[in-house]
Design a protein around this ligand. Sequence first.
Ligand SMILES: [Ca+2]
Ligand SMILES: [Ca+2]
Ligand SMILES: [Ca+2]
Ligand SMILES: [Ca+2]
Length: 447
Amino acid sequence: MWPWRLILTACFFITLTPLYSSHAKPKAKKPTTSILSSHSSAQNIARINLSDFGSHVARFGNLAWGNSLFAIFTQINKERAITCVTALSVPEGKVLWQRGTPSRLNFAVSSDIPLQVYDWNQDGSDDVIYHDSGRLVILNGVDGSEQAAIEAEQPYSLYIYGTNQFGGAPGLILHGREFNSLLAPDLSLVWRISNGFSHFPMSVDVDRDGEPELLAGYLLLRSDGSLIWDRSSLGIHNDAAAYGDTDNDSSLEIAIATSGKAALLTSSGEILWRGEEFHAQHIAVGAFQSKTSNLQVVTMDRDRAQSGILRMYSNKGQLIWKMTNQGNRSMLSRVDNWITDSPTSLLLVSRSFKSPPTLYDGSGRIVEKFPFPPASRITNGQERFSLHFAQHFDMDNDGREEIFIYNEKALWIYRNKAKTLEMQGGKAAQSLPNPRIFNSTFYTGVQ
Ligand SMILES: [Ca+2]
Ligand SMILES: [Ca+2]
Ligand SMILES: [Ca+2]
Ligand SMILES: [Ca+2]
């Protein structure tokens, strides 16, 4: 029953509009399923029930010795104070340690919380870094004990910044509503700047000298905190950002979801084009289409009608297609290695009210759907989904990414069991440690 009902539901709700052919003669209806789906066969490999410590926020890392994987679920109260952190082995589902008191009331999180998982003391096992109640705390990932703590002002999110100024260890950005601070590996303050609100920073080496710059909101900063450019004129705030060399000229472009029309900028801050969004919330840059060596820009729009519109643009800003009715709170993420033998990347759309997490190809066709019954319910004969989240990386170093789906009730994991062609598409490995995972955020862009 499952797949047929989903396919019928998708056909009913999703409108795909290919724009290159708008003036051409009517054509036979195109299939909604991708040819890449023959290289995709989702197999559920774990269904972990979360008891009372489940949450909308999960991070992932190798907390114990021997590269064993853990999910770190974090609960908060109504004042956004962290009330419980639980380290859960994956896929076994055993609690390694827990700090605080779990509560079934504290699972809901509607914006980022300042918590990341990274091997801060470089001893080979990841640590849990978070800010709570005026303190920045680093927990030893092995047992949850406090490794270090300082008093620090309240950030909105935390970002591991791979600057080279500390001799190999990264710095930590406290990304606040009105400031950004860089802390050294010993947690001493290096610099602090004021800026307008944004959700999450992004590092990008715009001049390709090996030292990444930092995009904090609409400010591009050198690693010493000095300003390169300010594009506050772009709109309400930077909701999400991504980058890539979209035209193969060796110079990077920066794509920003601006809470309004999306923007593509040169690395020197010149605006190349704007999109047509009402409220661009998420953005991705990648090689989604096989017929060109240029990259595409994809956005998720919280449009005026609140349907959730997915759009794909060429690097020149030409709208290639759009798909309405994705769900107004849907997220998107570029997935490189679900199908390792494909030269193109896929799009994972998740947190839709209307369908389970879904992989699309560069033509907007469905490659795979990932059923997640813990968030599913039938209302008036139609399937609807409560809030749920998706993450993806290669958990077992076989070159293929697994898809992780979770809410406060459960964590499910899918792998691709289809036969590979044993050709590599030249895309970067997605195993841990992975910047997309240790700099995790709700506001997916380069994520
Ligand atoms: Ca460590
Ligand atoms: Ca640089
Ligand atoms: Ca370029
Ligand atoms: Ca894998």
